[in-house]
Design a binder for this molecule. Sequence first.
Ligand code: NAD
Length: 229
Amino acid sequence: MGIKLVVLTGAGISAESGLRTFRGNDGMWEHENIEDVCTPRALRRDPKRVMDFYNFLRKGLPNHQPNAAHIALAELEKRLGDDFLLVTQNVDNLHERAGSKRVLHMHGDLMKLRCMDNSDHEFMFDGEETLETKCPFCGAKTRPDIVFFEEVPFYMDEIQAALRECKEFVYIGTSSVVYPAAGFKSFAKSFGAHVTCLNLEVPDNDPYTDVSIQGKATEIVPKWCESFK
Ligand code: NAD
């Protein structure tokens, strides 16, 4: 039997844990320039600035705790087992800390670094990355395990396979404007999935979303998870 439920989460699920979203009021991009910290050019031009930005975010993570929405998804996963897949655009580790195991970080993971020479070399890392940090597999230079703008997200084959076979696709706390994640709902729908949106704002006239529930993630996600059969 294949995957029954695919969940996509975005920055909105972590907002009530005190992590800034990207685009809302006081969003991260109002404080940082994308061009300085989140593009391949930035990494070539000033790798230290890029590393320091992600060092700062990584160092702050222990101050933020998983909230009721992260916990409800981890509990739903325990109930559904291999019928469940969580795809997150978030680079924080709140899903894992809530107990989720079947998580794909399509935009990367703050708690990992990658080798500059071999993209298969990735490793867990909870310290401060510097220009001297070396890949433990081959000794090459490293970079944050973050998918920058203009780079291809991770796990696309696995995600597409899951979207093709799922019965339900639910997207939570995402503004649904960043592709390819923004296209998952239409893709899943074209293969027969029922599509649900759980978000603070309701999407306008979205032809692919069957049900839209508006509210704070900590209130609507636990209720939705409990009712999922
Ligand atoms: P986004 O900032 O574009 O949109 C966030 C969405 O969440 C908005 O639609 C907003 O209405 C909704 N929202 C805000 N507070 C909410 C709450 N309490 N409950 C429910 N919904 C709420 O975020 P996105 O769509 O994930 O944007 C994509 C990019 O943002 C990704 O690349 C992702 O990597 C990145 N991002 C990640 C983090 C993180 O790891 N925590 C934080 C900021 C941005």
